[in-house]
Design a protein around this ligand. Sequence first.
Ligand code: G6P
Length: 439
Amino acid sequence: MTGLKVAVIGGGSSYTPELVDGLLRRGGELPVAELWLADIPAGEEKLAVVGAFARRMARKAGAAMAVYTTLDRREALAGAHFVVTQLRVGGLAARVRDERLPLKYGVLGQETVGPGGFANALRTIPVILGICRDIAALCPDAWLINFANPAGLVTEAALRHSAVKCLGLCNVPINMVMTAAKLLGADPADIAIDFAGLNHLVWGRAVRLKGRDVTALLLEKLADGAALTMNNIPDLKWDGAFLKQLGMVPSPYHRYYYMTDRLLAEEQAAAAPGGPGTRAEQVQAVEEALFTRYRDENLAEKPPELAKRGGAYYSEAAVSLIGAIHNDRQEIHTVNTRNNGAIAGLDAAAVVEVNCRVGKGGAVPLPVGDLPAAALGLVRRVKAYELLTVEAAVSGDRALALDALAANPLVPSRDIAAALLADVLAANREYLPRFAGQS
Ligand code: G6P
């Protein structure tokens, strides 16, 4: 085959047209000959709809990219050059449970952080490791670009428990660049941010506009109430004195750690009878509307409704990263990869989200040095939770799972962790065979 084979696992996702749009826009630099969309039997109808829509998009763009759909992921993986994982084990129904369950204990319910992220990780990690085994057998040279949430933990698991070449990717850094550009009235291409931290816990350490340090200026704008958030996170305003003391740009997700009580109150109000529902419940409605649009045989371009999702710029991040590897660009991308000394005081093997130089050999983290003590403390706590969670997901060891959940900074006590764990295992029984009989 001349050209690339790209396999998307979770291909029936409502996000896939976003990725297809990106691939078509960058067709010149990324010659994708075959795009394989794979999904599970439960997603068959969605996969057929998305596949047909993707074909219409490719036809309209006049692209030579052939789109295949399959329920056999091994067929999609065979000989692939790039594999994108964007699956959600248990679908949105499981996400609703992840978001609602902790609220019962007065704990934040979110799909990637806190107990919700923990449950998601237990379900997702074994599935991703199964995919890694297939990659090792069917396309050992392929790059795995993981979007599956919680992306940091999933990447940590893939790198610790397989030999697959994996980079974890998230749209938070690119969103922060886009927002900074908007607030500073600048072209995003002129903005550079030094990112460091973990996935959904990444700070912008320095923001530069055409090389000039504008960090303080951006922090002032945020202190004045300018929005720095994403569709899926309430836009609670930052306190100016706190931002000045922090000296770095927090990610939208830092609100879960820095404004825990206020966000919990928001979540409880949303989840209460008569409220709009949790984020996943709101997304269910958006998804339905999206699929109605995708079924329209006259639609051949990604619809504006997609912008209502939290994944804005996801395809831009993915396609430019794949392009950097394929074309050996040696350009800077923010990805999840092994620390290798980039963040001082953190294990070399720990997966971090940092700026990296990316080329055909993969991603090499740029040195970060010291994080401020408070930030490093938080990173270490969350990383301890992540490492325990990965090992619990792999082993199915209930005691380890309790240690993991109790180590999460958003879980107030071991007693609450124990109660939450029992609920998480019971609610997810069908997705957690490794914990069979332990709930
Ligand atoms: C952001 C996060 C993603 C997450 C998404 C959720 O983009 O970075 O990790 O999947 O939001 O968006 P949704 O529309 O599903 O709430």
